[in-house]
Design a protein around this ligand. Sequence first.
Ligand SMILES: [Cu+2]
Length: 258
Amino acid sequence: MKRIGVVFVLLACFIFLCGSDAIAHFGGIVPSDDIITQEDDKAITLNVRFFHPMEGGYMEMEKPVQFGVMLMGKKQDLINTLKQRKIEGFSTWDIVYKITRPGDYTFYVEPKPYWEPAEDCFIIHYTKVCVNALGLEEGWDEELGLETEIIPLTRPYGLWTGNVFTGVVKVKGQPVPYAEIEVEYYNEEGEINPSADPYITQVIKADKNGVFTYCMPKAGWWAFAALNEASWTMKDPDGNDKPIEIGAVYWVRTRDMK
Ligand SMILES: [Cu+2]
């Protein structure tokens, strides 16, 4: 009896994992630096990608629908400065951006919808990262007006390991009560070996005002992906209407206190 019970539990786990997002995809904008000082090189590089931060492995990313930066409330379209770069055989997009003025530079991307047969849906991850430059801390809390976005309530740079990151999840400018947020550490060197699947992707929920909080236990880059379903559908390759997962993704970096 006991053994049958164990088999059932294992089977249930297996079905559950396959049905859910066992391997979480994340939109990514990874900048070469998150705080640019007077002494730093003013040309930063950013890599735009679609990948699995904790486990590694990329997905193909077509040229995005939009890519740009917002500084002091003004958006600048940078889509035509993206250069394709293959990593592990998959398309990613590089940009070299020259910082000219002080302030908070929020880079953002809207990718082309990605058809994911394993989840029977399309995926669009609206992704943002903020780079602070030349001592002026202004602009990081501004809304860009994307279909969905995380608006930081914690200043998203100058974070220590162990600090919390707090933000509000919005869709069409409105907070999403109890939104689900997936969190992953960018395991760049591959030195983290999660002992079980739940350690790969952390899962948290926002409160009734769409506000979430997560404490980051390690130095490095962290990705937050708030996942919702789009109000529209798209045709899959067979011509059937399929739902679209819209993700609001935000990247922050922590450093050890030394
Ligand atoms: Cu994937």
